[in-house]
Design a protein around this ligand. Sequence first.
Ligand code: MSP
Length: 518
Amino acid sequence: MVSEKKYYITTPIYYVNDKPHTGHAYTTIACDVIARFKTLDGFKVKFLTGTDEHGQKVAKAADEKNISPQKFTDDVSKSFLQLTETLAITNDDFIRTTEDRHIKACQFFWNKIANSKAPDGEPWIVLDKYKGWYSFRDEAYHTEDELILNKNGEKCAPNGNNVEWVEEESYFFRLSAAETSLLNYYEAHPDFIGPNSRKNEIISFVKSGLKDISISRTSFKWGVPVPNNSKHVMYVWIDALANYLTGANYPDIDNSTFKTIWPADLHIIGKDIIRFHCVYWPAFLMAADLPLPKRIFAHGWWTIEGQKMSKSLGNAIDPNSLIDEFGLDQLRYFLLREVTFGNDGDFSKQALIHRSNSELANDFGNLVQRVLSMIYKNCNSKIPNFQDLTKDDLEIIDNSKSLADNLRPLIDKQSFNESLETVLIVVRSANSYIDKQAPWELKKNSPERMNTVLYTLSKVIYNLGIIMQPFTPIAADKILTQLNVPDNARSFSFINSDSHIAPGLLINKPVPVFRKFE
Ligand code: MSP
């Protein structure tokens, strides 16, 4: 069935001044789970990720290596592209902000804003002079009262990064003129920002008064030229945020592709970039007379065994090595299960091993292995016949059948942890059911009842295999393949479909789906 429902989801685009680490992998994996979930649920999904390649930091890094910024970004961008493959990400587009399509989109976007008027009747963009404390690391200006003192008593940004006094001619976006419209918008769209704690933080920030922001630079060249004034390049955040429009075919706004894809349904970001996404971005879009994304969700940050995940500390965890050691499904599962999405978390191999052993290998993996092995050995490798399903049989089938309906609202709130808990409740109740029914004992005295119990469990496992595809795609594929489920019968609309799991269906030789770690 071809559905008309669409879903456009994006990751932030990653800076190319660092190699990808597990923090980046986290955001991308979270988006991938939702993209897969929506695809299985009948949506036509547009899933965009990519790299953020302009700005002074990148130009400096390239300079230090004695190569052109383009060559530098070509190299680092590849490692992010490679990561999407290692993580089995289902993005259908990968954007680089140095691409022509994006430069065209940015310049059109700029002109649109520059040619329209703010609610006070004045232009949104004005040329002026910027004086202020600039953090090259954050590519952001800070006001005097935001600064703190570092260990050496020097002024620095609130996050401890160095700042320098900078004066330059600059275009300004009159963010202050968007204050009322933004507050009205947040109020009228209570689901626009998640989680709620972050929404409240943004509302108080806007209520405390917005300052106009500098949106162009003359001190370096590695950026998108401002239309009609090539002395200026665009401030990286206008350039970066506009990637979400480029991915939707902007500026071809009259084209049906743009109209169907835009507005985005969900931008997932980290808590560090929430102001850019929840204040600047909606203001820019309002100024350009474009609809706003439906929702922006800011997740928390991971530390590693108590320490900040950063290359400079030398403890950056390379997702590739974690995958080699533990497996992709295990990493995906751990990151989404261990902490409530939105909160911070601390990563440790110990915790990953514990989660994986107890929930994936013991609870879920054993259930599948026990049931499929019994069918394979005792029922000629065929789904057995059933007779008179009891209240217990029907209850466990019904619980597994409701999983898609129960997870849908949780996934729409980005509640991954709760979603997985909901699946585990069914897994655990299936394990209790199997212990209570003891099919290995029924084998001697009541083979027909054994068949009914194994039939019931095969339906539950089929439904679990289907619902786990977004979270642990490799294991779910193994389960569904052991059950001989064709690729075109794995979407949520097939949950509990009798045509696929029916008596007589041959299954394949069961193999364990999750490893157990020492
Ligand atoms: N280029 C900007 C985003 C522009 S989007 C229009 C940027 N890039 S980034 O590479 O620095 O960060 C990208 C994402 O990775 C952010 O959402 C950030 O929160 C996330 N993470 C980076 N380190 C992280 C952790 N240690 N933990 C969790 N997420 C982290 O910002």
